[in-house]
Design a protein. Structure first.
Length: 396
């Protein structure tokens, strides 16, 4: 076992030995498939022509052409194929795709759902059909700026009380409204109307090339316009935005342009899309997730992603966008001490660059918590800090 793990020369925990990256293996497979599709028909045609003319094949010329074709597919076609999948195939992961909305019991209590509960239902666990129907009825639909159809779920406060604020919650990459339920219950316990927004390509929302926060910020803005346009009371009610991971990026880009924003909660905030992509694909998870590309493949895949989705990663810079935030808006920034995607130093740097008045800003880096897991690891501490933020919101 020691031989497989290796020893850190500084005497720390043993580290897993380097293994081939599944991402690189997939790239090689894709390049091989394209090479076969290109070379085999060409070689057969050339062979027939050579035989018909009674000439000997020019082996070295053929090998030279084969090498050029292999390199072209390895450095061009392969990365473009992978980036096309990254642009077009983003969606909520399969075990959450059956989510149909938050379930509220007859006494007004929020019945928690999870990936485990959804799995049991798929296996035949019985659910009250009225609860499912009422959950689906909580869905609202509206269009983003480019016409992409979006789905959200609206949950009023318990007991029929008038909402003291509206909390718009936005999920992370490959997730959906299900991820937001624990935080939604916390906001609801403070008599907030809770809205669980599903970004494009996720949940019940429509498909569009993924831009990892850029056009997704337009989804957040569309949700705000929809919520405030319902009636006069909704327009006057304080609005609090919450985002986690990629949803946090969308919220950060939208927040400075929201008139009369009440408060902001940023969980596992992304500082910059390109820096984050470099971190995630550049070996940060080696020995753990092993999803990484060595250069030049990493840059080629990222350039391809920008090409297929028609955007620039440089335009997805939440840390820059937040410089224009109204300094009177209360902000709560949350990170995990074990988060490798949005490391603590990145989260602290974003917090320190906020223009927010010091008395209105709070930073919480919870030790031993991974990416977007703080609300699961310490729900009491999470709820306490949300309460502190809400007490700073004007009009709450």
């Amino acid at each position: 076992m020691e031989g497989m793990l290796g020893r850190d020369p500084r005497g720390r925990e043993p580290r897993p030995a380097a293994l081939p990256s599944p991402a690189v293996t997939f790239l090689l497979v894709v390049a091989s498939i394209w090479t076969a599709l290109t070379v085999v028909p060409w070689a057969l045609v050339r062979l027939v022509l050579w035989l018909a003319k009674g000439r000997r094949p020019k082996v070295w010329r053929g090998l030279g052409i084969l090498l050029v074709v292999v390199l072209f597919h390895l450095f061009v076609t392969g990365p473009l194929t992978l980036s096309w999948f990254g642009s077009r195939m983003i969606h909520t992961r399969g075990d959450e795709s059956a989510y149909q909305g938050p379930r509220i019991a007859a006494d007004g209590g929020w019945i928690p759902q999870s990936r485990d509960s959804l799995a049991l239902e798929v296996k035949g666990s019985r659910v009250d059909p009225d609860l499912v129907r009422e959950a689906r009825d909580r869905a609202v639909h509206f269009a983003s700026a480019d016409g992409t159809r979006l789905r959200a779920f609206v949950v009023p406060p318990a007991g029929g009380v008038q909402p003291r604020a509206t909390a718009l919650l936005v999920h992370g990459l490959f997730r959906g409204a299900l991820e937001l339920e624990p935080v939604g219950q916390m906001f609801r316990s403070f008599d907030c109307e809770v809205v669980l927004l599903e970004l494009r390509n996720h949940g019940g929302s429509g498909k569009s090339p993924a831009t990892f926060g850029l056009r997704e910020s337009e989804d957040v803005s569309a949700a705000i316009d929809f919520l405030r346009g319902r009636d006069e009371a909704s327009a006057r009610r304080p609005l609090v935005l919450f985002g986690v991971s990629m949803g946090c990026a969308a919220v950060c880009l939208a927040a400075p342009h929201v008139d009369r924003l009440g408060g902001l909660v940023l969980d596992a905030p992304m500082d910059d899309a390109r820096a984050t992509a470099e971190r995630m694909l550049g070996g940060a998870f080696q020995g753990r997730r092993r999803l990484y590309f060595p250069e030049p493949f990493r840059s080629l895949v990222l350039y391809g992603l920008e090409f297929w989705s028609g955007f620039s990663l440089a335009d997805v810079s939440p840390s820059t966008a937040l410089l224009d935030l109204d300094p009177t808006v209360p902000v709560l920034v949350i990170g995990g001490g074990e988060d490798q995607r949005m490391p603590p130093d990145v989260v602290r740097s974003m917090f320190n660059s906020l223009p927010t008045q010091p008395e209105l800003a709070e930073l919480w880096i919870r030790p031993r918590s991974d990416h977007g897991r703080v609300f699961e690891d310490d729900p009491l501490g999470y709820r306490e800090r949300i309460g502190r933020l809400l007490r700073k919101v004007r009009g709450f």
